[in-house]
Structure formats: structure tokens, C-alpha cells
Design a binder for this molecule. Sequence first.
Ligand code: ADP
Ligand code: MG
Length: 724
Amino acid sequence: MTGNATRVQAVQNITNRQPMPPKAPESLSSLWASDVFTLSKMKESLPKDVFKSVKKTIENNEALDVSIADVVALAMKDWALSKGALYYAHVFYPLTNATAEKHDSFISVQNDGSVISEFSGKVLVQGEPDGSSFPNGGIRSTFEARGYTAWDVTSPAYIMTTDNGATLCIPTVFVSWTGEALDKKTPLLRANAAMNKAAKRVLSLLGHTDIAPVNSSCGAEQEYFLVDANFVNQRPDLLLSGRTLFGASAAKGQQFDDHYFGAIPERIQVYMQDAEEQLYRLGIPAKTRHNEVAPGQFEIAPFFEAANVATDHQQLLMTVLKNTAKKHGLVCLLHEKPFKGINGSGKHVNWSVGNATQGNLLDPGTTPHSNTQFLLFCGAVIRGVHKYGPLLRATIATASNDHRLGANEAPPAIMSVYLGSQLDNVFEQISNGKITGSLNAGVMNLGINTLPVFNKDAGDRNRTSPFAFTGNRFEFRAVGSGQSVAGPLVTMNTLLADSLNWVADSLESKLSQGASLDTAILTTLKEIIDQHGAVVFGGNGYSAEWHKMAVEERGLANLKTAADALPVLKETYIEELFDKLGVLSPVELASRFEIYAEQYILAIEVEAKLVVSMAKTGIYPAAIKYLSDLSSTISNLKNNGVELDNARLVQIAALLKSMMEAVDKLGSAIAQHDFLTPEEHMQFCAKTIRPFMDEVRYYADALEGEIADELWPYPTYQEMLFIK
Ligand code: ADP
Ligand code: MG
């Protein structure tokens, strides 16, 4: 191995690394949820009536009886102390995709100078972090910096153990002093409630009398990369922006597909087991898999849970993956596109809705009754995705996710629904009003005489669709790997709530005009598919034909960049949607646009500055050194009567000149700051700054292929992806 001194040193460090010994395996039953204050632990430690009250709040979404908080707090504290925790923290989810914690000690100093541990119901229920440093999009001015956290009883408290000790963590919502949501959890709880209400309306119109609260569920598949920390520490781009802004492709990429299901390096296996063990302790039902396409890329997918809990667990999972990597001398990259030319990382959000009495409402089921019910819920999703497709797109709009969407490795930026051939056919027949039978004879009887029977075909998959029905749930496949799943879940539940209300209105009005329930259902379904069927697409979502057809014939939006997509949040029909369902007030929605636009601009500015500085201080000097070596060698040889062609010298000098011209253009673009609106600034980032960054990179990567390896300052793709 050649390479410059620090790169060689990095490789040596990795080669000489003492492997972390695998931990002695513990039994799953002793690990499972051992760091969680579960319902069963509450049952053991709380008086019967208090436990009953808490359980009711958790299971039926009933309001919390604050008078019991002191008793719960005491039990929680005793349990936490028994686990060695000296601190507690209200954990909340600001609008940054991150997790925030405000730590406090249980310690309370008495008048006589002695200390006792203390944790009252009041501090369990409400906290007051200094909110001024969290983004609020203009909701609060800093002099009114107060923000409040409030206990979310429906998500269990847990102990987080790090090198700094153990902390009792209490999941909370985070709101301003005027009650506006400053976080991602509050709208999720509200969207769930709106969906519950609408779903119950439909279920009761279908004749159900016993209807348990309807909740949404989520199972998120998380992709990530692992790179040795020795390399990352030498890459300012990875350190500060999470992705490589330079780097020529390695001779070998993912073309052999040999990473897929390939043997996992022992070191990675030890890492995964370590992470899994912690996740089990936290009651997160993780299942690791190693089957990602790109070298150095892996996946972990927990079983699905109630959406709110799954969201908190997803945040925890990302934290555990990152912290554990550090312990193992690795860096876990959750960025959507850490390496050019190699598949990026996504987060498939599997989502469904259901309850204890009717079960999974997106499961076609086996009884005729549940099949028509299923079609109505499925139809409601179709309507929602069609009506609010641009909102779905805006929900996943970040500077980093732009690198994946539409790049033939992830779904395009056009939001469409994949149903599978059989369901396609059922809806087509409904639309034709001429029902002739099922595509595949058999199994499923729809209970309405005029509807065909059909098979469940869960195996039927389309990897190119952003929103696919997968047998008993939808899978939103365009979500970015580094994103919180809260946003997508808020949008999906909200659009479903809107559609279910529409379905209920439609059924009610048809029934009141004397239609039978069967006719009311059928005509409602027909209206849905006639008006919204344009969003259903089963073909190749990556193809150029689809991109053309979607926009020109079907009228679907193709919002290519986040700069195109985020302004959707300002549209009146979106504001009305969130407002009428009580999910986000116009002020809350406007603040989200401000924050996400700012994050987009900041992300690109940071990258652009890095591109300039790495090009100037790393790549330029390396190229100059090589040119100087080369030219002095050529003239020395010439003095000695040997002619060495100077074509390479000329070629490299030309590349370097072009690179620096692009750097200068980028430098002046960054300096530009006179924008009238965030929209204008975002477009400038997308259309001017990004192309200049690409231009610099083009020449820099070409130089990497030309100059001496021992002079190249940054760890290469080959090193980062293949040395573990
Ligand atoms: P894929 O074939 O896309 O890789 P996996 O089986 O790996 O799918 O992951 C599917 C995810 O969907 C898992 O997290 C699983 O628990 C989740 N899932 C299954 N049923 C539901 C449901 N009803 N609601 C939400 N998520 C679900
Ligand atoms: Mg999937």
C-alpha cells in the first residue's frame, strides 16, 4: 500500500487493532426490555388503582390523571436508582431530526447540608428546558425562550447507559409557552388522534359497534454505512457533512454484488451484536440483516410497533448505532449518500392502521366483510396519496435525500402508489362498473355479490415504487436514512384521516339518499378510483417513460429537489388540511417551512465551504507538489539528454486550472446573500451552488486518478469501503 504518511498510518492502525472480544451472550429473556420501565414493572410497583389509570391512558389514549403522577414518579425513581441511574432527562425531538435531552440530577440538598434523592410527579410530568437554542421558525422570539416538555405516557421511560453513566429517560413532547408544537412528537400524536376519529366513523358506518381506538403502526428498515474512524478523521467532509464531497470511484464498486449476503467481517459482527444487545435492553425489537448492496453498507429492521413508540425507538436506534460504532473504532454514517457511484441509504417506513377489535385495517383478511372494509381503507390511502402527493414529497425533502431520489437507486420524486396486479385488477373492475370475476380465481370473497374474489399476493413487489402495498401495509420507500420517521408518519396519518372523513361523508350521504350499504360502498370506491386512479402505477418507476407519462398524462408532480418540494408546505390546501384536522396550526406549519428551508440552505452552504477549503488546502497543494516533482524531473532529464514527453504535465496542469476556476466560481456563489425569500435562496443552492460543487469535484476526482498516490491527502474510496 502506498499513500501519504497519515493514510498509511491509518491503515496500519486498523491492521494492528486489537479486536474487541465478543461479549458473552446473555439470554434474550434476561436482556429483553431490562432497561425499560414497562407496563409489567409498573404493575409490580404501583398501587392497583394507579396502575389501572396509567394503563388506561396508554391503551385508550385517555387523558392522564395528573394526581397519580407523584406515585408513578416515586416508583420510577426507585426503579431507576436500582439500575444505577443518578440522573433523569426529559427526552424530546426538536425539528432537526435529532434527539434532545435535558439532564437533571435526582439529588436534592437539604437544609442541614445532607442530600436525598428526589423526583416528584411535577418534574416527571413537566420540564422546562431552555428552548432558545432549538429551531422554532419564528414562533418564539428568544426573549420568550421558554419551552415546555410534557411527559408522553404512551411511550415508556427507559435507562440510557453511556460512558458518562446511566440516565432515566422520559419521552416528552416539546411545546412553546403559548402551546405551539416545537417538536416532531406532538403532531404525530395529533395526527394519530385525527386518524383514529376518522377511522372510527367509517367502521361504525360499516356496522361495527365495538370499536377499540385505532392506532397506526410503523416498522422502519434502517440502512447505514460503517467506515473505520481512522479514515473518517482524515476526511473533513465526512466529519462535518456526513458524506464524501470528493473521491474517485474504486476500481471495484458494487458491481459484483458480492457484499450482498457476503460474509460479514468479524469486527462488524461484534459491533452488530453489541448494538443489538443494547437495543434489546431498551425493548427495541431489532433484527439485524447484512444484505445491503454497497460495500460497507448494512441494514437493521426492528419489528413494527405503535407509530409513536416506533418513532421514539427509531431515534434511539440511530443513537445506539452511532454510539456503539465509536466504541468499536468505527463511524456509522446515516447520510443518504455518503459515497458517489454507490447505492445510498434509505429508510423504508412500513405503515398500517388497526385496532384491537377489527385488527389490521389494511389486511385484506379472509372474511368477506373485512375485504370490503379493506378496500375502503386502501382506497382512502390511494385518494390521500393522490391528493397530497406533493406533501408526501415535501415530507422527505432534505438536501441529503435529493441525492437518492430519482437517481435509479431509490424511487423517483414522483409520488405514486403500487398495488400489485391483483388489486389493480379489482380496482379496474370497480371503475368499469362491470365486474367479471377475479384475476386469480379463489381465496378472497369480497362479500358484495358484484365484486370478485381475489388472492392476497404479498410477495408481489415493486422496488421502484415510492409507496407500495406489501400485503398488509404500505411501505413508504423514499424516506431518507437519516430522517426521523415522525414526519412521514404525520403526513400518512393526516392524509388518511382526511380521506377517511371523505369516505364517511360519502357513505353517509349515499345512505341518507336511500342507497344500500353495498351500493354506497361500491359507488364510493368507484369515485375514488375514477378521480384518483392516476396515482396508481405498477410499472418501472425508474424509467424515463414513466417520468414523462406521470407528469404529462397523469398530472402528477415531479418535484425534483427539496427546493422544489418544500414550498408545498406553504400552499393553502396543505395549510387547510393540517388545520382542519388539528394536526398543525397555520403558525406551526409556517414555522416548519422556515426551519426546513433553513436547514436545506445551511446543509448546502456547509458542503460548499468544505468543497472550497478541501480543494484549496488539500488537493491543490498535492497537485502542485506533483507538478513540481514532474517538471523538475523532466528538465533534469533533458539536461542529461533524455527527452520525457511533457504531455502529462500539461494535462494535469490543465485539470488543476479548471478545478481552481470552478472553486472561484463556487467561492463567489457562496458569498452571495441578497435573497428576497427562502424559496429563492433554496433555488440558488439547487441550481447554482450544487452544480459548481459538482464541477469542482469532477476535476478533483480526475486529478486523483493522475497524481502520485503518496501525495493524495484524503483516504480513498478503496480504503474507506474495503478496509475494516
Ligand atoms: P422488506 O421485504 O421490505 O425488506 P422486511 O420484512 O424486511 O421487508 O421488513 C418489513 C417491516 O415491516 C418490518 O419492520 C415489519 O415488522 C414491518 N411490518 C410488518 N407488518 C406491519 C404492519 N402491519 N404495520 C407496520 N409495519 C409492519
Ligand atoms: Mg422494505
